[in-house]
Ligand binder design. Structure first.
Ligand SMILES: CC(C)(COP(=O)(O)OP(=O)(O)OC[C@H]1O[C@@H](n2cnc3c(N)ncnc32)[C@H](O)[C@@H]1OP(=O)(O)O)[C@@H](O)C(=O)NCCC(=O)NCCS
Length: 154
């Protein structure tokens, strides 16, 4: 049985987590920062960032980073959790793992009492926009740093 878990990035697994970024196509690399860069950003945003490796059984296949900072989100949607980074390694894409990880993130956000779950995405190609819309995210019609802002009402 396939079990996904969120695992802290540590001294033992960080190189494997960084290497996952290298599996993405050039087009996909434009949609998400490298895991190495994301980890550096987590370090300088340590009060609000929640970076985790996505493990399939006992090995990493993806990476996620949430932000607990909702200052830029409209008051009516707060408290909000922000999906800042999300990726599944190339060989594991299109097998349902992204959707499974999203379900776990939404469950986490609900358990923690958030009202909405926000993200933003590159609009150069149909993905990852189609992934989020198919999942149930709503397009807010706003753009932030060239990315379309989407939200999921919890
Ligand atoms: C976006 C991403 C996380 C999706 O993960 P995934 O494991 O490939 O997605 P899943 O296999 O769980 O697919 C979930 C749904 O999206 C759809 N989907 C997946 N790839 C698709 C594609 N290339 N085109 C259209 N739909 C697609 C699937 O059909 C599925 O729908 P279904 O449940 O109705 O069958 C993954 O493609 C990825 O890491 N992309 C590169 C990085 C990126 O863009 N991250 C997002 C940053 S905002």
């Amino acid at each position: 049985m396939s079990t996904l878990t969120f695992v802290t990035v540590n001294n033992e697994n960080y190189q494997k987590v960084f290497d996952l970024s290298m599996t993405l196509s050039e087009e996909q690399k434009r949609c998400v920062a490298s895991n190495e860069r994301s980890l550096a950003q987590a370090y300088v945003n340590i009060d609000v960032a929640w970076p985790r490796a996505i493990y399939l059984n006992d090995f990493p296949i993806g990476f996620v980073m949430l932000s607990y900072d909702d200052e830029d989100i409209p008051e009516k949607d707060r408290p909000a959790l922000y999906l800042w980074r999300f990726m599944i390694a190339k060989d594991y894409q299109a097998q349902g793992y992204g959707k499974m990880a999203m379900e776990m993130l939404i469950a986490k956000a609900r358990e923690e009492g958030f009202k909405t779950f926000y993200t933003s995405c590159d609009m150069t190609g149909p993905m990852p926009y189609q992934f989020y819309i198919k999942y149930g995210f709503i397009d807010t019609g706003t753009v932030d740093e060239d990315e379309e802002v989407l939200k999921f009402v919890l």
